[in-house]
Design a protein around this ligand. Structure first.
Ligand code: NAP
Ligand code: MG
Length: 517
């Protein structure tokens, strides 16, 4: 029997083990067999066919379709919110947290059984290599297991101070319909994490997946259904962000929006959610987790080789398409040349290819990312940076070589704006004072770190590096659920912490009940 309170992170798969390698190859084959599948919308348990479709493709082989899903209209988006609202009012809000948590535990069990199939889907749909895909699936399992247990703690009466002659209690209640809008870059983990956090706290959900990552979301919905999720709890409404997204956010029956994605879209949602729609009787709540321009400082006391290795790991995992990716390497003068040289040497060793062959890097997500990243590489050079390695595209798909640009100044565009691709900007600073200033000198504040052997500087970084997730003497990516609750400051978001103990409280409101004896 599984213990309710003992939470452990899912262990990553060791692909050096021939058994695991074979199992993953089998899963890749199975996923290829599903390439012509189609998923309709799901509203109130009903599969709804649409006239238009969204076609998901393999970024490493763009002619290859990975699957199709229905494409919602504004009318269907409106219907989904109404159905979710009725389901909330009539049934789901009255269930106990323990009952709801069990759906998550069951789903985690099913996902663990089919782990490689989900990971293999992300190999084709998002161009993740095996390790990155496996980590994404492990994180989704972690969210299910972690939030299930957190909900059990928040279920029922919460302790308050006793008062004579009365019984006093505090209860956490759900909010209502929550619109969940995830990004494509952790298309299983973040999508599932936001969805199940909303549902386990007693809310109903309208999920609009990212348009470049709808198949993995559709497969997760199938899993929730298999786990016995009742009709109308999670409604699946793929569609265009601009059209369907706005309808969902502005709907008078939407109570909250849980979003992860770019700063531009996040701020737009914030504005739209602040407007009161006709018939709306609450203030909408938002969680908006947005971009980053994450820096790693290497000071003069660091080991140059180790620093370079950690920087490269953080910069190029999943082609740099992580909100936590190391995109600024800030190096103190005495070590600058040595660190840059080592970074270049390691970067040149990264292989690029179809992720089903498990190279170092796959393709970037789509044509517009492919073009945007190339223009940022050009900005880097135009502003006076030196292209040390990479910068070129590779035939066959949306491949961009891992790219290092040195001699970047703190105010250059590639040191200020999120590129979201495999581009690392190296910035030289004269001393640690300047390093702190450059580190904090962007509008973002998501992840960051310091590599140093100086105790006092590590202490200063703890206090003065203004980011939500700070890593000392290691790479700045790879946060684990429950271990490193995740979310950023300033323009990186609304300061929530996914995978942390306070996260579920954001999806609930507290009710105090007093009965006089
Ligand atoms: P995005 O372009 O902002 O899209 C995110 C989601 O918003 C997608 O589902 C998109 O749908 C939808 N959307 C677009 N326009 C909308 C609108 N007007 N109203 C409502 N929804 C709308 O971001 P992305 O390219 O998917 O993801 C990359 C970004 O996410 C990066 O900036 C990255 O840093 C950030 N990110 C942050 C975190 C974090 O925890 N802070 C984690 C991961 C990623 P369509 O796909 O249909 O356009
Ligand atoms: Mg795709």
């Amino acid at each position: 029997m599984m213990s309710i309170m003992n939470y452990k992170n899912e262990v990553f798969t060791d692909f050096n083990d021939p058994k695991n390698k074979k199992a993953f190859e089998d899963a890749l084959k199975k996923v290829r067999g599903d390439f012509n599948k189609h998923w309709d919308l799901l509203i109130g348990g009903e599969r709804i066919a649409t006239e238009k479709k969204i076609t998901s493709i393999d970024p490493a082989n763009p002619d290859q379709v990975v699957g199709t899903v229905g494409k919602a209209t504004r009318e269907l988006a409106d219907k989904a919110v109404n159905v979710a609202y009725d389901t909330f009012m009539n049934s789901w809000r009255w269930t106990t947290g323990e009952e709801r948590a069990r759906y998550l535990l069951k789903t985690a069990h099913l996902l663990r059984e089919r782990k490689h199939e989900f990971s293999a889907t992300m190999v084709y749909e998002e161009s993740k290599n095996w390790r990155e895909a496996d980590a994404d699936t492990a994180e989704a399992i972690d969210f299910l297991e972690f939030y299930a247990r957190e909900m059990m703690k928040l279920d029922g009466a919460q302790p308050v101070v006793p008062y004579p002659g009365e019984e006093n209690n505090l209860y956490y209640e759900p909010l209502g319909v929550i619109v969940v809008i995830p990004p494509w870059n952790f298309p299983l983990a973040i999508m599932a994490g936001m969805t199940v956090a909303a549902m386990v706290t007693g809310n109903t959900v309208v999920l609009k997946p990212a348009s470049t990552a709808p198949v993995i979301a559709a497969k997760f919905i199938d899993l929730l259904i298999e786990a016995g999720m009742p009709d109308g709890i999670v409604n699946f409404v793929p569609g265009s962000g601009g059209e369907v997204g706005d309808t969902l956010v502005a709907h008078p029956k939407t109570r909250m929006i849980a979003f992860t994605g770019s700063k531009e879209v996040g701020l737009h949602i914030q504005e739209l959610a602040a407007k009161t729609s006709e018939g709306q009787i609450w203030i909408k709540r938002t969680i908006l987790e947005m971009g980053g321009k994450d820096g790693l400082v290497v000071d003069g006391t660091a080991d140059a080789d180790y620093a370079a290795e950690q920087a490269v790991l953080g910069a190029f995992g999943f082609q740099g398409q992580k909100c936590s990716a190391c995109s600024r390497l800030i190096i103190e003068e005495p070590l600058y040349d040595a660190v840059v040289a080592k970074v270049v040497e390691l970067t040149k060793k990264i292989t690029v290819g179809h992720p089903s062959d498990n190279p170092g890097m796959g393709a970037v997500i789509d044509k517009s990312a492919f073009e945007k990243i190339q223009s940022y590489i050009q900005f880097g050079v135009d502003d006076g940076g030196k292209l040390e390695t990479g910068g070129k595209t590779v035939e066959g798909g949306y491949f961009i070589e891992p790219t290092v640009i040195s001699g970047v100044k703190a105010n250059h565009r590639i040191a200020q704006e999120e590129i979201f691709g495999p581009v690392l900007a190296c910035i030289k600073v004269k001393d640690f004072e300047e390093a702190v200033e450059v580190f904090n000198g962007t509008e973002f504040g998501l992840t960051g770190g310091l590599i140093s052997n100086d105790r006092s500087r590590l202490e200063r970084a703890r206090k003065e590096f203004h980011v939500g997730n700070l890593y000392l003497n290691r790479k700045i990516t790879g946060a684990l659920v429950g271990v490193q609750p995740f979310g950023g400051f300033n323009m990186s978001g609304t300061d929530s912490k996914a995978g942390g103990r306070d996260y579920l409280l954001l999806f609930m409101q507290a009710k105090s009940v007093t009965e006089r004896w």
